[in-house]
Structure formats: C-alpha cells, structure tokens
Design a protein around this ligand. Structure first.
Ligand code: AMP
Ligand code: ZN
Length: 432
C-alpha cells in the first residue's frame, strides 16, 4: 500500500498547488459573498471575488476574528440553506459567547478525508484498531477523528473521555493499536495504568498515539512514547477550521504538514498585522479553501508558530508548522519578562523526578506580580529526607530560571493532588 492517502495532492509541486489554491480561493470568496457577514463586508470594501488574480491578493481581504464569529452568532457566516446543513460544532473556549461552525455534507466528507489523510500518513491502516479517547459532542476531536478513522477503514472504538479503567479494559479486549487523546489525559492515563498494574509495553498492543488539541512540549511527547511504547504524533486543528485534520506530523516528526489544498496559510505579526519574514514566528492566519456551508477568510487563530523553511524529506510538498508555542493571549508578563506556559512545561518535564502534572499560580505580593509553580513529583521523593527535597526544589528552580529568566517559587506536591479539568488542561491560575 502506498505511503500516501492521496498521492496526487500530497506530493503536488509548488506551482500546481498554488494554481489549485487560487482556483479554490476564488470559489471560496464567491461562496462567502452569500453570507450576511462577508456579503456586507465585501460590498463595503469593493471586493470582487473574480478580480482575485493571485494568492497574494489575499492580503487585500479583511481578517476574521473570534470576535466577528461571536458578533455574527449563530448564522451570520453561513452561505447555504438550512436544509443543506447536516452538523454543527462549537469551540471549547470557556470565556464569552461560544462560536459555532456549520457543515454541509460536502464539508463533513472533506473533513473526514483530511483526517484519514493524517492518520494514514503516520502508518495507520485498515487492520489497525483505533480507540478515540476524546470528547464526543460539540468538541471536534471526537467526531472529527471518528469519521477519519472509519473512512480509513480502521476498526474505530468511540470510547470518549473519562473512566480510565474502562479505557484500559477496552484496549486489552480489542487489541487497540492506535489511540487519540489530549496530552494532559495521556499523563493521567499513565498514572492509572501504574495504579492498576498494567504495563502498556508488556500488556497492550499500542503502537501509535495522536496527541492534540492543546499545547504540549517535546518532552511530553517523549514521555508518552517511552511509557506507552508508541510513536506519538502531534495533531493540530481548531473548530473554526473544522477541528482535527488541519496540520499533522509525518513520520519524520519535524513539524506538522498543513494541508495547503484545504487551507491557505499566512503568518502575521499580531501587532502590525503585516506578513512576517518567512521562517519567523508569528500568528497563524488561515483561510478555508474547500468549505461550502461556512467558509472563513483570513481567520486569526491566535496561535503562535512559524513555517519551517526546508522541504520535508517525506516527499510531501505541503508546508510544515513548528510546534505551537502557545496563544497570543497565553503570554504571561512577569517582572517585565514575557513567558509562555509551555516554556515552564519544557523545563519541568526534562527533570526525571517531575511527575505528570503542574500548575502555574500568579499572585500579586506587595503590588509585585509573582509566579509560583506547583509541581507534582514522584511519590518516592517524599520518602527521602528534607535535605533531598530541598535539593530537588533548588534544581527545579534553577532549571526554570534558565528557561524563563525569572526565579519562580517552586512547590513540590504529591502526585494527583493538583486539580484536573475534564477537557483541555488549565495550566495557569491567575489570582491577581
Ligand atoms: P478548539 O477549537 O476549541 O478545539 O480549540 C482549538 C485550539 O486548541 C487551537 O487554536 C490551539 O490553540 C489549540 N490546539 C489544538 N491543537 C493543538 C496542538 N497540537 N498544539 C497546540 N495547541 C493546539
Ligand atoms: Zn513530511
């Protein structure tokens, strides 16, 4: 069987790919024109879809923000009749009015195909057993991967979230080989396996894991690979661009291929909104190229990343995104230093005594912002004497200082003592 799910599209060289994008961009704009939001906006700004001559012309089009989606809730960006819509999904964001995305049958099929392409790229085949340990519901990770797994032909187990013991039982009973889960849940599952005495390398058939939906460090990937005995691949997506299936790692595991036949990619400076020099980090902006019911133009994802400059050795021409560093709104400014939670994670997870969870607490002490990092450590650590604990605490503080350039207060806590969220992990508690 071929290494490619869709060889023609995956290996397309830059010129025909750009031509395909242009054709699809024109179609997308004509489609978008029918929605109340873009219809008004394009008319106001004198934008005519058929006047788009090249991909660079995208820069003349307005951005779309989360705020626009909220203001247009629920139907302002929809450009088909209700009878053509077959599903909706909503963003998992916890603040403000939810945003919603509507899909036609065509959209759902295209989406499933993109997810199958991602899974196939990592070597998953119809004789695999795929257990999807993510939320089925408005969150896109469940149904998104479910349809991808089925389309690929893998036996797809919709196990959903929670009930870790049952998850493990299903893996044993059906010989699960591939799992999809969010990284913070992967860490939790390790603890449960340890507790019930299941050694995945010995007792299970797992060989591939997809980690996605939340920022995670390279160290977390390596811990997952070591513990479960799998190859772990980074999966990136957002509900505004369907959900999973936007960008995914290939077997080289150096950046995520973003499917440029389905999404037009830009990286901008989030302040000036100007395009960023190739290879430099900025905010990812995406335009759907195949979506019928609700196209979105120049969506500001708030996600910070860069496009890796080299062409990938795997033979796929589609650009690669670097690991997502965080969101523009994740950045913490402490004592004048800009810090992303992921930097803290990176430093922590390199230390072998550090356990599966941590929490950053921000406080204001005597009108100065301070950072406290609460770190779960292995239970054995607490068997040691105080001097040993103190040394570990100093070591963690030192490693964090090297990474984030300020000195946080470090607190060592028992495994499983920090609060856990049902869905995506909450890494920062702001008490200021
Ligand atoms: P939602 O639309 O609610 O599923 O959330 C999408 C957001 O989750 C993205 O905009 C990213 O901020 C984050 N996200 C999804 N996948 C990843 C990933 N692989 N790495 C880092 N962040 C991710
Ligand atoms: Zn590749």
């Amino acid at each position: 069987m071929s290494a490619y799910w869709d060889e023609h599209v995956e290996t397309m060289s830059p010129a025909p790919l750009a031509e395909l994008q242009l054709k699809r961009l024109r179609w997308t704009l004509a489609q978008a024109y029918r929605s109340p939001h873009y219809g008004t906006l394009f008319a106001e700004k004198g934008i005519q879809p058929d006047k788009i001559r090249s991909i660079e012309d995208i820069r003349r089009l307005p951005f779309t923000s989360k705020q626009d989606l909220r203001a247009q809730f629920p139907l302002g960006l929809v450009c088909v009749e209700l009878r053509e819509i077959i599903r909706l999904h909503s963003s998992s964001g916890t603040t403000g009015q939810a945003t919603v995305v509507f899909h036609s049958r065509h959209d759902i099929e295209k989406w499933a195909d993109l997810v199958s392409r991602c899974m196939h790229m990592t070597g998953v085949r119809p004789d695999d057993v795929f257990q999807n340990l993510t939320g089925y519901g408005l969150f896109t990770g469940g149904l998104g991967f479910h349809y991808g797994g089925e389309r690929l032909g893998a036996l797809t187990i919709p196990s959903g979230t929670g009930n870790s013991k049952r998850q493990i039982r299903l893996m044993q009973q059906f010989g699960t080989t591939v799992i999809h889960l969010i990284p913070s849940y992967a860490m939790r599952l390790m603890q449960v396996m340890e507790k019930v005495g299941v050694d995945p390398r010995r007792d299970l058939k797992l060989r591939v894991a997809f980690l996605g939906a939340e920022p995670h460090s390279e160290e977390i990937r390596q811990r997952v690979e070591r513990y479960f005995g799998v190859e772990a691949f980074n999966s990136y997506g957002l509900s505004e661009m369907n959900g999973p299936g936007v960008a995914f790692e290939c077997p080289r595991k150096q950046g995520m291929h973003i499917w440029e036949d389905a999404f037009l990619v830009e990286i901008i400076d989030p302040q000036s909104l100007d395009p960023i020099e190739p290879g430099q980090e900025g905010e990812l902006v995406l335009t759907t190229l195949t979506r019928e019911a609700m196209p979105i133009i120049r969506y500001r994802t708030s996600d910070l990343t860069r496009i890796l400059p080299e062409v990938c050795e795997c033979g796929r021409a589609h650009a690669r995104l670097d690991r997502i560093k965080g969101r523009t709104d994740d950045m913490l400014i402490i004592k004048g230093v800009n810090i992303y939670p992921l930097q803290v994670e990176q430093a922590l997870m390199e230390i072998s005594e550090v356990g599966q969870n941590y929490l950053i607490v921000l406080e204001r002490v005597d009108s100065v912002d301070t950072m406290r990092v609460r770190v779960e450590v292995h239970p054995d650590v607490f068997q040691e004497d105080l001097a040993h604990l103190k040394r570990l605490q100093d070591k963690i503080t030192q490693e964090l200082r090297n990474e984030i350039l300020i000195t946080p207060k470090v607190e060592l806590v028992q495994p499983n003592s920090l609060p856990r969220s049902e869905g995506k992990a909450v890494r920062v508690e702001d008490r200021r």
